[in-house]
Design a protein. Structure first.
Lengths: 86, 295
């Protein structure tokens, strides 16, 4: 799980060009949306959806279910571990 | 005036739109053009801040002198009036002569299994393309402003009823992004403007007509997500009853990093937009402060 969280952090950082955010600062429990967290928006979520599709074979058919999955890197990792095809 | 303060919808209420369509079925459009140019535009120029915005565009971005900029501001507003009249004339069943440059670029991509993206801008009259660049085997999904007047949406719906076209409304919860992505995954065409920041505040800056301007990141991000082909489609009015559609492939390196793909694609889009705006400077209809201050 630890390795998967680190991989996801790296992939998200690269895909979203979050250069100013160091791996140490990137808290896997921090909310991805809103000013209190990483501050992502829906365009970023689309990027992550495609990233999960390419890297883990996960297809999110219903974007509404994303609300629970995209709470934090940790919730994404838990979903990936349970549903990955790659 | 900030972009967010500007409604960006078609002027007039539902009743006025219905009345306009009925009238256009009977009278010659040129009478309406003349009426708009003589009675409507002068009033608009006095009351509307678009006067100053258009004047500064001609003066500083196109580089005209003071007198020419003032005249072109009037011409620009008259042309905008004509484009609105033309849109309703289409709803009333009037036909326009339409020429297409690089039609094969559209047909070639329409024949393939993969979807592709058409990026437009608020220049000329893009709606004409919606009725012309269509193909039977690929649905075209047009991104439209959700706050558009009911009569405009209803008339578009009627026009599109027998075609392979559907509309995706820009939604405050950004769910339209997912609809766009799904359509592209399904091998369809998605058409969207890429010159106005709507919804997500994210932007990419480019030098455009000699000064820095912000362009929305969303269209370029979505277009490159699945490494699909992208076409710029701009539809310009060339005479009273004719339009020309310019179809231009926008190249980007599909093997490059995501950020680099977005940079390359947006640069190609801006270069094409600048080319068309320089060719048809009076058909620029972004009536808000488009360029960054201090530039």
């Amino acid at each position: 799980m630890e390795q998967l969280i680190n991989d996801l952090k790296l992939q998200i950082k690269e895909a979203l060009n979050l250069e100013e955010l160091s791996m140490e600062e990137f808290d896997e429990n921090a909310p991805l949306f809103g000013e209190d967290g990483i501050g992502l928006d829906s365009i970023d979520v689309l990027e992550i959806i495609v990233l999960l599709e390419k890297n883990y074979g996960i297809r999110l058919a219903n974007p509404k279910e994303g609300r629970a999955i995209f709470q934090s890197v940790k919730t994404i990792a838990e979903y990936v571990q349970a549903n990955r095809k790659k | 005036m900030a972009e967010q303060d500007w409604a960006g919808t078609t002027y007039g209420n539902d009743w006025m739109h219905k009345w306009l369509i009925r009238m256009l079925r009977i009278i010659d459009m040129r009478i309406l053009y003349l009426f708009v140019a003589v009675f409507i535009i002068p009033v608009c120029l006095v009351l509307n801040p678009s006067r100053g915005i258009a004047y500064r565009y001609f003066r500083h971005r196109i580089g005209y002198g003071r007198l020419k900029s003032a005249w072109k501001t009037y011409v620009n507003h008259c042309l905008f009036g004509q484009v609105v009249v033309d849109k309703f004339a289409m709803y009333a069943g009037k036909k326009f002569k339409v020429e297409i440059e690089n039609y094969h670029e559209f047909l070639d991509r329409a024949d393939r299994k993969e979807g592709f993206v058409q990026l437009s801008a608020h220049i000329g009259n893009y709606e004409i393309a919606g009725y012309t660049l269509v193909c039977e085997n690929k649905r075209l999904n047009a991104l439209v402003f959700a706050g558009e007047k009911a009569s405009v949406m209803r008339n578009r719906g009627k026009m599109f009823a027998d075609t392979n076209i559907s509309m995706i409304a820009i939604s405050p919860d950004m769910s339209h992004l997912f609809e766009i992505d799904q359509a592209l995954k399904d091998g369809e065409i998605v058409s969207m403007p890429a010159d106005r920041i709507n919804g997500s505040p994210k932007f990419i800056e480019h030098n455009f007509l000699g000064a820095k301007a912000k362009f929305p990141l969303g269209p370029f991000s979505v277009a490159t997500l699945r490494s699909l082909d992208v076409l710029a489609v701009n539809v310009m009015k060339t005479s009273l009853r004719s339009y020309k559609i310019f179809v231009t492939p926008l190249p980007y390196n599909k093997e490059a990093s995501r950020q680099e793909q977005i940079r390359q694609l947006s640069s190609a889009y801006v270069a094409e937009l600048e080319k068309r705006v320089r060719q048809f400077p009076t058909q620029w209809y972004n009536y808000f402060e488009f360029w960054n201050k201090n530039d």
